[in-house]
Design a protein around this ligand. Sequence first.
Ligand code: ADP
Ligand code: ZN
Length: 223
Amino acid sequence: MYIVMLGKPGSGKGTVGKMLSEALHMIHISSGELFRSYISRAGDIGKQIEEYVAKGELVPDELAIQLVEKRLLEPDCKNGVILDGFPRTVKQAEALDKFLKEHHQKINIAVELDLSDEDIIDRIVKRRVCSNKDCREVYNLEFKKPKVEGICDVCGSTLEQRPDDSIETVKQRLQVHYETAGKLVEYYKAQDLLYTVKLNIHSGKTSEDVAKEVEKYLETNQS
Ligand code: ADP
Ligand code: ZN
């Protein structure tokens, strides 16, 4: 099974995607995480990627497609994957469909988490991530506080803010999202694969609730 997570930056698709991956025993691949791992390895590809990520711009389609497909060929992806952050453009979605078809696979569902821009900005500014590259647990100073301030519950490392989580970069990323991802929603809707969850930060719905809702939907619709 292949699940695609859609939504604005900071909509919680990473957190929900990880929960789903545990519940469904599927691997979770975040293109943002994948690209950040290239950046931290400091090779030529990493340097190239960093220029785009730091500005809140998209990594060019060819490069994004190449790196994600390379990852999808690794053996741990055999039982299906939850893709988070990829595809982000229709071109990437078409490339992914073609790639999956060649491997006798297909996308089963595209889950869209829908939040207002205001809520997004509020969330991202409060987002903190574990500084340990092998952990990278994500926290939120309001909704998912660490037990000890500034320290990761999972591994004890210090928490940090992602360099691209500043207000200016978030606004740029939202702009990019409107230019590219709107069409992506249409792309999956046209294939009858879209499942939208409407959210707002005052509704009290947690990422866990959302993951459960999606699981339930999959159980009743994908058997
Ligand atoms: P968020 O969803 O919070 O914006 P991500 O971790 O998904 O964060 O992505 C961080 C950055 O990585 C993006 O702003 C973009 O520069 C780059 N990126 C991630 N996924 C893609 C993709 N599929 N295509 C192009 N660039 C991407
Ligand atoms: Zn950690």
